[in-house]
Design a protein around this ligand. Structure first.
Ligand SMILES: Nc1ncnc2c1ncn2[C@@H]1O[C@H](COP(=O)(O)OP(=O)(O)O)[C@@H](O)[C@H]1O
Ligand SMILES: [Mg+2]
Length: 375
């Protein structure tokens, strides 16, 4: 599966741009702020129907306009699919595949999977547990529509249960029947989500450890642990046992909305122990493990988006990574970097098909392998 063509209209800093890609490696070079990451984000949109960076579509509309359109041609099993994603202010997002509108955006997710490795990943280590739950959600949703649906239904039930808890506190009247309706919903969807997350983490661990030792020269041992109230016993009982506390606090204190992933190095949280270099290697290994996992589930390689690749690695590592991702194990790759020459030197020395695009304030130009513009 690969993206053959991309057309952007009023997307972020692009008024109108049309690009044709290599099925293997595609590089965007240019100074800071010219719009390299924006291209990767447009590809992310086509795959997951939203930005990698935020959930507010209107931010992605070019300033001064009131809509954007992202169009892409994917090739899967030799067949071309046209994806059309449009958003207009105050309207619903519109997504079409081969001219036919999707009823639910979630039906599209997973068809053309992508994995982004970005400097923003450090939030996984530094931020709260919500980022790590989102990490798990995003992986599983890319192959299981039922999972995404369960997470949404769980969230709705949770909101309702919290509302009942608030009402009980303000009215002083306990309505255990209504509470038990929402408990049943939470148990139904929560247990499903828990099982899927548990399988995910157990499958990620060995691949992640292998990638970590491949890309780091460190001797430290790394691990990943899934922490959930649901692994401590019956979820239904836990809800029962916490009901007094929940009524007092006016929200639900147990459940998968409190899950976390413990990111560890030598039995300590990588956040507290790891050097910057170790943390970066940790994150890249985790993302590559995610790549392998989605690949196994989908039966083909996701598109790999490597944003600001030199932010994470020195030149030697980048070369090693390009050699790694240039082989058959990986599919199509998009890379951004601020320096044309250092990336081009590495690419030239490898026998891999690639395209290079130079982005400046005045537009995007494809370059030949010698670095001159293609007319
Ligand atoms: N909605 C928007 N309308 C116009 N320009 C935007 C919009 N969103 C972001 N930009 C511009 O995009 C640029 C950043 O693009 P980005 O892809 O992050 O750059 P980089 O090449 O450093 O990766 C900034 O100059 C910013 O002003
Ligand atoms: Mg960038």
């Amino acid at each position: 599966m690969y993206l053959k063509k991309l057309t952007l209209t009023n997307f972020k800093n692009y008024e109108l741009n049309e690009l044709e890609f290599s099925p293997k490696i595609n590089c965007f070079v240019g100074n800071n702020g010219v719009g390299k990451t924006n291209i990767l984000d447009a590809i992310h949109y086509l795959s997951l129907t939203k930005s990698f960076f935020n959930n507010i579509d209107s931010i992605s509309i070019r300033h001064g306009e009131d809509y954007f359109i992202i169009q892409g041609t994917f090739v899967r099993d030799g067949e071309e699919d046209q994806i059309y994603c449009a958003f207009q202010k105050q309207k619903q997002k519109l997504l079409k595949r081969n001219g036919k509108e999707y009823q639910k955006l979630s039906d599209h997710v997973g068809r053309y999977p992508v994995v982004m490795i970005s400097p923003a990943d450090s939030a996984l280590i530094t931020e709260g547990s919500e980022d790590r739950r989102r990490f798990m959600n995003k992986i599983i949703s890319q192959y299981s529509a039922e999972y995404l649906d369960s997470v949404l239904k769980y969230s709705k039930a949770l909101q309702q249960r919290n509302k009942v808890l608030k009402d009980i506190k303000s009215s002083g009247q306990a309505d255990s029947d209504i509470l038990s309706i929402w408990d049943a919903q939470l148990v139904k969807y929560g247990c499903y989500v828990y099982d899927e997350r548990d399988v995910l983490v157990n499958e990620l661990i060995p691949v992640f450890q292998e990638y970590y030792s491949l890309i780091s020269s460190g001797k430290e041992s790394v691990s990943l642990k899934y922490r959930s109230h649901l692994s401590e016993g019956s979820f239904a009982e836990a809800l029962q046992n916490s009901v007094i506390k929940d009524k007092y606090l006016e929200y639900t204190t147990v459940g998968i909305h409190k899950d976390d992933l413990l990111l560890e190095m030598d039995d300590f949280l990588v956040k507290s122990l790891g050097s910057q270099g170790q943390q970066k290697s940790y994150l890249v290994a985790l993302k590559l493990a995610k790549f392998d996992f989605i690949k196994r589930k989908a039966g083909f390689s996701p598109i790999l988006l490597l944003d600001d690749i030199f932010d994470k690695f020195d030149a030697e590592r980048v070369e090693q990574i390009i050699r790694l991702v240039g082989n058959k194990r990986f599919g199509q790759i998009f890379i951004t970097d601020t320096h044309q020459n250092r990336l081009q030197d590495i690419l030239r020395s490898h026998n891999t098909d690639y395209k290079l695009f130079n982005i400046t304030g005045s537009g995007i130009v494809e370059l030949t392998q010698n670095g001159t513009p293609i007319q």
